[in-house]
Ligand binder design. Sequence first.
Ligand SMILES: [Zn+2]
Length: 438
Amino acid sequence: MFDILFKNICVVNPEVDCPVIANAYVGVRDGKIAYLSQTETQDIAARVIDGTDKALIPGLVNTHTHAAMSVLRGYADDHNLQDWLHNYVFPAEAKLDEECVYVGTQLAIAEMIRTGTVSITDMYMYIPAVAKAAYETGIYANITNAALVFDRDGYRMEKDNSYIQMEQLRRDWHNIDNGRIKLDSGIHAEYTSFERVWRDYADYAKQYGLNMQLHLSETKFEHDSCIQKYGKTPARVLCDAGVFDTRTTAAHCVWLTLEDMDILRDKGVTVAHNPVSNLKLASGIARVSDMLSRGVNVALGTDGVCSNNSHDMFEEMKLCALLQKGTTLDPKCVNACQALSLATTAGAYAQGRENSLGLIKVGFDASMAMIDLDVPQLTPVHNPLSTVVYSASGRDVCMTMVRGKVLYENGEFITIDMDKIKSRLYGYVMPRVFGIHR
Ligand SMILES: [Zn+2]
């Protein structure tokens, strides 16, 4: 007996040899994919879903976001990163409290599950509120409060707010619900801290077997300043401080040298590529094609929506593929299958979830998104993989499930009370942070 059985559905996986299984039967039992075949099963199911004119893809993994920044959506556009950060983002963020972060994170996750994302790698503050928000929505989350320390003389790790928040998360939330919520260690970036901080947070990761998160070589200014300061690139200087000794996700990596790419490959570091954010902040275009050909694991992220301004991973998939074709003048570069794998299996590896997430495969978690193909913008379907990557948008997702539990279906959020979130957003967050009363 299955909990849910999809009948006659088109399964699209990021697998080179067999990306599409047409007219498939997918059985879900106890949160796992228990059956996948073109042969009809005789087992009964508590719920049967007719998959005619639908595609089923592995749930998407967003490997770099600051979810609670959804409250800053559209607040600061058309600035470069330094101006954007110091004159807009930091002053607004200074007014955020735990409640704002909780509301912002739930709002972001609503958008994510609405657009097929099932797992996030999040870096923010007030992380126990992030964990609570993520836990309640049913999404998977790897969460860090990355260290950001400027005061060299006054720095003591045990007094550092990031550390205090991470410890709280580790005690109260780490590995809860069978690893659905995880604490990561993290440093914000090379330019926002110094070697003792890097070593402390890397040691903390090693001590508890945590992953690391950081921003790396996002802008040319940051990359060049590091070389001036240390005589080494950010990747080299952080590698030498032991930062990459546990599984690490490095966001952006726009200005990596070829040697930097080799360091990341050798240390098993994942690059979280954020093409929309990098273009919007005019940071540049990451050389994903070079990274992939050198064997670096590249995944995709949206970054916070204050620099995007959406959490739709379909945009990242398509744009990533197009940018690499356009910059290498090679139309085969980052093909549809590769683009989908960046958004699924590569992200699952980055989060340490590669044995349960990223593929529609028997034994894996039933964490998937269903796409309605019976709409003009996706008609006709010559190749379902191509339709998913190059034609579909997050708005074409009609159902998202995590571990067999439906979180979103046909306009309905099952785990999120959108009216409550909106009333807290307009009743509390907007007046507090922006002085806007509705
Ligand atoms: Zn970021």
